[in-house]
Design a binder for this molecule. Sequence first.
Ligand code: PAF
Length: 286
Amino acid sequence: MHIFDSVAALRAQVGEWRRDGLRVGFVPTMGNLHAGHYSLIELARARADRVVASVFVNPTQFGPNEDFDRYPRTPEQDAAGLSRAGCAALFVPDVATMYPYGPAGAVRVEVPGLSEVLCGAFRPGHFAGVATIVLRLLNMVQPDVAVFGRKDLQQLQVIRRLVRDVALPVEIVAAATRREPSGLAMSSRNQYLEPDQRERAAELSRTLRFMLEAARRGEAVEAIEAIAGERLQQAGLQPDYAVLRAESALEHPLGGPAVTVPDLVALAAARIGRTRLIDNIAADEP
Ligand code: PAF
């Protein structure tokens, strides 16, 4: 596996693969990789001849009181894992490479509307930070296909909209969420959890399934969302939101019963101690 920290060297390698007629896949990450990330690599390998991964903990998507400083960083472990997983190249830029004018002086992109609801309402500026870095990474790597996890569904939709709106020549592919046996969605932030918190965190996915079952029975969306919030609180979680939405229109609240919404999805975000977890399950998910 080649390891690049400069855009020029990375582009030279990707250019060579493309001249040889090879399809290039890309998986951007913030490192501290777990089985969820490796499933994205596997999917990218199935869709492309050469896979590039990136590891960069992006400062612009963290709020001032968030976990940027304590975000787990495991560079050697990540590089070894990516090499074993069959990545052809790893891009590990520093802040000056990603933000030549510094994070504060960076040209920023905003996906309006969608970025301001759900997680965006609780993390102002987060999705602008995500869109800003993803646009840069896609422009630097120039892949044919890029893979993102469905666990960050709102992020996935923000990126899809960004790519479509500015006509980036890249196919965006979504990978299914990987879960612990308890149902807890895999996340680098799970390692902040104490054993008892980890047990309680599994209530997040149980509540999402409960919401979908209640929706299937034809119950009213508002009532389901209210009960879901109470369930999370009773389990010792502090919910930011627990909602039912149409996946194609995450920014629009649903009213009445949601039985007929074709792309129904339940989404929730909740805090356990200092850790904020998110999850979502679509109605057609096994
Ligand atoms: O999902 C993540 O790990 C990050 O938000 C991403 C897409 C790598 C951008 O920093």
